[in-house]
Design a protein around this ligand. Structure first.
Ligand SMILES: *Cc1c(COP(=O)(O)O)cnc(C)c1O
Ligand code: SF4
Length: 451
């Protein structure tokens, strides 16, 4: 099993060497259809958006004979199993190593292959985090005492197969119907009004979907309205944009100037305005990222990173370590690493809690404390983010852990489940036997209620 291999690797190996040479070659030209695309075209954010890859047909016509028909068939099969759509910017698509797409860590995040899917865990849920239950106004989730999550749009510059909000983000797929919304501006006012009426709210996370898809006018409108509220002290714009479409920051002046203006306004009010972005691996970091960060840093905009621990993507120590070091080098502060939420269609991407806990332990002390991400489990059913090693109980054979959040959701216990294929043989056998499984789970839950 991968976990034990990793443990050996970490115990014996010294830290990997890092060279901060961010790639600046014309890498997109290895995609046959983009052989003659110029730097001017490639750096144009409109060209990037107009040329997004959205279907098996797009993949096939861009790559020609670079991929075989069995890969395309596998992809088509994957598209009937995933709740998420395909949308990939040319920048990201061209960073995939098309000579070995099966194992490529970027491909694994954005293009589903039918052959790699596993059955969903019996306990997985579309709204794994229980966001609907904590919805207090349209597009607004209020779970923690002093912070809220505002979702002004449901579209993104790319769609990630592992998205925790795949039930609403992106359009309908062959598998599920979604009522996707663009920017539902008329409903924003209700969300602002709730925040105005609740003076304990100091922190607003603006996510989605992805605020990268908002127009500069809408971005400014949200920023100004929120900063006007006296008790709102911190706002964060959550976007994968910097990782997948850095051209919008370097080459779309109206958009970047909108961010600059909100940031300046916040600073004048002694409030924090920052960007939370989402790089999963070092492979998404290039000289385009460096240029985008150079601009944001010069404007005084703080950027942090949050990502998901993904099997076969960033769950090996060296990959995670190099990613954190490169992000830190570019002034992107590694902030959060989530254990994969228990959402459908993602079983092959999830890791065990033990693997996440071990990764966190291994990383500690290897670099500046403020560049050390918090590893968290967002406890299913609304328990909220919990420190990875703060579980109350953990049965590794059964792959079940119990969590509490005494001051946020008193008197409740939350359970997280490891992916079954990663359990020891005995654990997999228990899950295969319905009665045995129910009896073990009941015992585990009972022990928790006695504790
Ligand atoms: C993650 C999250 C936040 C922000 O939490 P931090 O730990 O401050 O990053 C706020 N509200 C909800 C509902 C969240 O899921
Ligand atoms: S960018 Fe964020 S919200 Fe959009 S699909 Fe990816 S994880 Fe989901």
């Amino acid at each position: 099993m991968r976990l034990h291999t990793d443990i050996r690797l970490v115990k014996t190996a010294s830290l990997p060497q890092i060279t901060y040479d961010f790639r600046s070659d014309h890498f997109w030209r290895s995609v046959p259809a983009w052989q003659s695309v110029t730097v001017q075209e490639f750096q144009d954010h409109r060209w990037q958006q107009q040329n997004c890859v959205k279907s098996t047909k797009d993949v096939s016509s861009l790559l020609g004979s670079l991929v075989g028909s069995s890969f395309l068939q596998d992809l088509d099969d994957g598209l009937s199993k995933t709740p998420m759509n395909v949308r990939i910017t040319p920048y990201i698509f061209a960073l995939i190593n098309w000579r070995n797409p099966y194992e490529d860590p970027i491909r694994r995040q954005f293009l589903p292959l039918g052959s790699q899917f596993l059955d969903d865990h019996p306990e997985c849920m579309a709204d794994s985090l229980g966001e609907e239950a904590d919805t207090v106004a349209p597009l607004l989730t209020h779970r923690y005492p002093d912070k809220v999550l505002f979702l002004p749009t449901s579209v993104c510059p790319v769609y990630c197969l592992f998205c925790t909000r795949s039930r609403v983000v992106g359009g309908s797929t062959r598998l599920i119907h979604k009522s996707t919304y663009g920017s539902k501006k008329p409903q924003w006012e209700e969300a602002f009004s709730y925040i105005r009426r609740n003076p304990t709210i100091e922190d607003v996370v603006i996510s989605g979907g992805d605020m990268f898809m908002l127009t500069p006018e809408n971005l400014s409108y949200i920023g100004v309205e929120l900063l006007k509220i006296p008790h709102v002290r911190r706002i964060r714009f959550a976007t994968k944009g910097l990782a997948v479409l850095p051209m919008r920051i370097t080459n779309d002046d109206t958009w970047t100037e909108a961010i600059e203006a909100i940031s300046d306004r916040g600073r004048a009010l002694m409030k924090e305005v920052c960007i939370h972005t989402h790089f999963s691996t070092e492979h998404e970091i290039t000289s385009w990222t460096e240029r985008a960060m150079r601009r944001l840093v010069s404007l005084g905009v703080k950027v942090r990173n949050q990502c998901v621990l993904l099997r076969g993507v960033n769950d090996e120590f060296d990959v995670m370590y190099r990613t954190l070091k490169k992000l830190s080098y570019l002034n992107i502060q590694p902030y959060l690493v989530y254990v994969h939420d228990m959402v459908p269609g993602c079983e092959h991407l999830r890791t065990t809690l033990e693997a996440a806990d071990f990764m966190s332990k291994s990383l500690q002390g290897t670099t500046a404390g403020f560049n050390m991400p918090r590893f968290v489990c967002d406890a299913p059913n609304g328990g909220g983010k919990r420190e990875i090693s703060s579980y109350e109980r953990y049965d590794k054979e059964l792959g079940i852990s119990a969590w509490t959040a005494p001051k946020v959701k008193p008197d409740q216990v939350f359970y997280y489940f490891d992916p079954i294929d990663q359990l020891p043989q005995s654990g997999r056998e228990i899950w295969a036997d319905r009665l045995e499984r129910e009896s073990r789970l009941t015992t585990f839950r009972h022990q928790m209620s006695l504790a």
